[in-house]
Design a protein around this ligand. Structure first.
Ligand code: KIV
Length: 264
């Protein structure tokens, strides 16, 4: 794959073409995803759950994210590498700058931070220093204790309005991308149309500019009950490579997610 840039992803949004994002935590699967045409590899702090067996992402450290980001960057082969800044690693501006530098030096091309308009100053500071940011809105797993569980966000008018306002404020602050998790499909469609930067969805319906899934979920190897928005692409596939290609193809032709994967 040629090197995927923010410029390329913005052009896809303008042209109404969708792109695929998947989590990756090692060089081998990063390579399989890149070969399948997945444009963005997310080194998600979900690794704290799927690799480490924790019940939340909170225990994940910057050291662990640096380790996995290095591995994914080695296997990315032209795909864009997005690394999560883990819990409390951007709690103050100074802490954010130090940790962002470590993740970029490990090979990330863009960093993902969870939160609303309160992140604006951090995003501006990072963007001014050449660090692109994807802001994660809706269900923000690092705030699971405050949210009272992994719940759909933006279902009532007031919280939907707040998410829309946050998205615009973060775009104005200099965010290069947004990620929207577990919100009603209607709200996600409205938000995607309201901003110029690409919006990646997970459990946010079919109208976002891109989709992301946790790779263990789409390969059907995660334990426990799977959320409504997950589809097992390994079912019917002959190999992991085929399953990842089927996922990338389904995102790009708009057949995933289907109505059964959306929230109202
Ligand atoms: O950490 C992660 O993998 C994520 C996705 C669930 C979007 O943030």
């Amino acid at each position: 794959m040629k090197n995927i840039t923010l410029h390329h992803l913005s052009a896809l949004k303008r042209q109404g073409e969708k792109f695929a994002v998947l989590t990756a935590y090692d060089a081998c699967l990063a390579n399989r995803c890149s070969d399948a045409g997945v444009e963005v590899l997310l080194v998600g702090d979900s690794l704290g759950m799927v690799l480490q067996g924790n019940d939340s992402t909170l225990p994940v450290t910057v050291e662990e994210m640096v380790y996995h980001t290095r591995a994914v960057a080695r296997g990315a082969n032209g795909a864009m590498v997005m690394a999560d800044m883990p819990f409390m690693s951007y709690a103050t501006l100074d802490v954010a700058m130090d940790n962002a530098a470590r993740l970029m030096q490990a090979g990330a091309h863009i960093l993902k931070l969870e939160g609303g308009a309160w992140l604006a100053e951090t995003i501006t500071l990072l963007a001014e220093r050449g660090i692109p940011v994807c802001a994660h809105l809706g269900l923000t797993p690092q705030a699971v204790n405050k949210l009272g569980g992994y719940r759909i966000q933006g279902r009532d008018d007031e919280s939907a309005r707040q998410i829309l306002q946050d998205a615009k404020a973060l775009q104005d602050a200099g965010a290069s991308m947004l990620l929207l998790e577990c919100v009603p499909a209607k709200l996600a469609a409205q938000l995607t149309a309201a901003v110029d930067i690409p919006v990646v969805g997970i459990g946010a319906g079919s109208q976002t500019d891109a989709q992301v899934l946790v790779i263990h979920d789409m390969l059907g190897i995660s334990s426990g009950r799977q959320p409504r928005f997950v589809k097992n692409f390994m079912a019917g596939a002959g190999s992991i490579q085929e399953a990842i290609s089927a996922y990338a193809g389904a995102v790009k032709d708009g057949s995933f997610p289907a109505a059964e994967h959306e929230f109202e």
